[in-house]
Design a protein around this ligand. Structure first.
Ligand code: KG4
Ligand code: ZN
Length: 337
């Protein structure tokens, strides 16, 4: 068996999802198990780091067991164990990294520490073959909003990023303000489905101005709008807010694609599960004559298959990670030049 067929166990514990997956050769997903902690955090309206860390400790071993079982492989069949080393919540990251290192020692395997953001970029590669580079990637999650020119695996140029809140964070904060529940993205999307996206003219910050984003003013505009019209329907506010976010994200992704001569546009990160965003980006790409690479819904949000995929590539091209490499809550995407 060559490294191309290598079976990699991926482990993801950077935030509130405990996930493990077995992926063969970087693209063939044999199993992907995600145990969500949403119920544990919902009553607090957001992720509580101490609760997340403790829950990972309880859940990770059975989740790994289930991933191996579903894939029909044992530890001795694996070629590497890859785990997210950052960015994320330090207590949560440490659980996954420590378990991964312990397993590599027990099974005599290489350890691969994977950047969570790079994992999200690999998510698209899991499901789309024959991608022609470069692609413009819009990575929109709870903690990050990045526009990246991806020239191939491991080759990234940063084109733009948020100057304040991440797009997912804006969804979560507005949902909490409206009392729609946690996580906010799906709650806003559900409410927006029966609302009027033109009911409120919320700001599209920096829309004609470069490739950076800003969402904190939009959040404040929602608060003012609700206070000014307390009788307004949540559905209309949610739909108008969602439309404002989608308009800016899609306008900038299209502009980024043109600016780097991209041969396609990729969506990644939890917010990529949003139907309005997926539809608008697909339409914008059709107008540009470019393919839109949309990950399946399960691959958008945090999962370990994307970590195993990135880990497989990293092992093949950069080699294993030293066992004394620590988790880094502020790890950045490695950029070219
Ligand atoms: O990538 P992810 O699972 O975790 C991070 O790395 O942050 O992204 C989670 C974020 C949350 O902010 C969540 O509200 C948002 O993705 N999200 C959505 C949707 N599903 C998840 N935002 C908008 N619409 C959705 N359907
Ligand atoms: Zn993520």
């Amino acid at each position: 068996m060559t490294v191309h067929d290598a079976l990699v166990l991926g482990i993801e514990t950077s935030c509130d999802d405990t996930a493990a997956a077995v992926v063969n050769g970087g693209t063939d997903v044999l199993s992907s198990v995600v145990s969500s902690q949403v119920d544990l955090h919902a009553m607090y309206g957001g992720v509580v780091p101490e609760i997340a860390g403790r829950a990972h400790l309880e859940l990770l071993t059975p989740v790994i067991g289930e991933a191996l079982g579903r894939a029909g492989v044992a530890g001795k069949d694996l070629h590497a164990v890859a785990a997210t080393i950052g960015p994320g919540l330090i207590g949560s990251l440490l659980v996954g990294v420590s378990e991964a290192k312990a397993l590599t020692l027990a099974w005599d395997l290489p350890f691969v520490g994977v950047n969570h953001l790079e994992g999200h970029l690999f998510a698209a590669l899991l499901e789309h073959r024959g991608i022609r580079w470069p692609v413009a990637v819009l990575l929109v999650s709870g903690g990050h909003t990045l526009l990246v020119s991806m020239e191939g695996p491991g080759r990234y140029r940063l084109l733009g990023q948020t100057l304040d809140d991440a797009a997912g964070e804006a969804f979560d904060k507005v949902a909490r303000f409206l009392g729609l529940g946690y996580p906010g993205g799906p709650a806003i999307e559900r409410a927006a489905a029966s609302g009027d996206p033109t009911a409120f003219a919320f700001p599209r910050a920096l829309v004609g101005d470069g490739l950076d984003f800003s969402f904190s003013g939009l959040k404040t505009a929602v608060v003012h709008a609700v206070r000014g019209r307390p009788d307004a329907a949540d559905q209309d506010i949610a739909a108008s807010f969602q439309q404002a976010v989608v308009d800016v994200l899609v306008a900038k992704a299209a502009k980024a694609a043109v600016s780097v001569g991209a041969r396609g546009v990729c969506l990644a990160g939890g917010v990529a599960a949003n139907g309005a965003l997926r539809r608008a980006l697909t339409e914008a790409c059709a107008q540009l004559g470019l393919p839109a690479y949309l990950p399946s819904l399960a691959t958008c949000t945090d999962n370990a298959a994307m970590i195993a995929a990135a880990g497989w590539w990293q092992l093949e091209h950069l080699g294993p990670t030293a066992l004394d490499a620590g988790a880094d809550p502020n790890l950045r995407l490695p950029l070219l030049g």
